[in-house]
Design a binder for this molecule. Structure first.
Ligand SMILES: [Fe+2]
Ligand SMILES: [Fe+2]
Length: 272
């Protein structure tokens, strides 16, 4: 009997060790492509939170220590560590997407999110290699807790999950990555710049997939997608969606400015 998609996804989510989780996500993608996974079948409840390694220590965003002087090796390590943490969360978010909703969506949905989980796992592994090359590893510094909050808030609503995770949070990555690439290049750090360039190219496709499935849900329910997107972001996303925007990368992902301009700025997050 082959494993159900739901069971296999839970297996990845409940893998605590970071390198093992990344490897498990890659293995699941291979098993899916090989036809070894049943999209439907047994469907135990999804865990509310993924398992995480004993280190890094998870701190509230306000309690995070300073990264060190800009341009210093310490600041570089801290930035790469923070990015590795985001990528590890992204592995869990993509696996959660497939495990939670794959059975009720067309198979192409699972093709997309397991491919994305595989890419997030590669991003994590590339950053882990950079950390190891500097004599450390993921887990050496504390990390930001709270990246899973939007997953909890949208656990029962696929349209909301797509609107917040790929279309707001991952789209934000498109905005901030080019400046990081330039910084690394200006410091002659070609290894880090190359990893971030690879990540940026892949991330455009993640935002595109989110956008495409969001539009399909809206078409199926005869809802106007842009208005629905803005309504969901205003409801579920705590904080402004702020410029500067990487309009060209967003456009390649199918997001035009009328979707995100002025979003979330009506009420300051502190007043909600
Ligand atoms: Fe990524
Ligand atoms: Fe991504």
């Amino acid at each position: 009997m082959s494993t159900s998609l739901r069971q296999a996804a839970i297996g990845v989510l409940l893998t605590a060790d970071a390198d093992a989780k990344a490897q498990a996500a890659r293995d699941l993608q291979l098993r899916w492509v090989a036809g070894d996974i049943d999209r439907q079948g047994e469907d135990p409840d999804m865990p509310p939170r993924p398992a995480r390694p004993a280190s890094p220590q998870l701190l509230s965003p306000g309690a995070m220590p300073k990264r060190g002087r800009a341009g210093s090796p310490r600041a570089r390590f801290a930035l790469l560590h923070a990015l590795a943490h985001i990528e590890l969360n992204a592995v869990d978010l993509a696996i959660d997407m497939a495990g939670r909703w794959g059975a009720q969506m067309p198979p192409a949905f699972t093709d997309d999110w397991l491919r994305i989980a595989d890419e997030e796992a590669q991003h994590f592994a590339l950053l882990q290699e950079l950390l190891r090359a500097s004599g450390g590893r993921y887990g050496d510094l504390p990390a930001h807790d709270g990246l899973w909050e939007s997953a909890v808030a949208t656990a029962d609503d696929l349209a909301a999950r797509l609107a917040i995770v790929p279309m707001v949070l991952e789209a934000r990555g498109l905005d901030v990555t080019p400046a990081m690439i330039e910084r690394f290049e200006s410091m002659g750090d070609d290894a880090a710049a190359a990893v971030l360039k690879r990540i940026l190219i892949d991330e455009i496709t993640h935002v595109e997939a989110g956008n495409r499935w969001f539009r399909k849900l809206c078409a199926d329910s005869l809802t106007e997608p842009r208005d629905r997107f803005r309504e969901l972001v205003n409801r579920y996303f705590k904080g402004p969606v702020k410029p500067p925007f990487n309009d060209s990368a967003r456009l390649r992902a199918g997001l035009t400015t009328d979707w995100y301009m002025g979003l979330g700025t009506a009420v300051p997050a502190s007043k909600r």
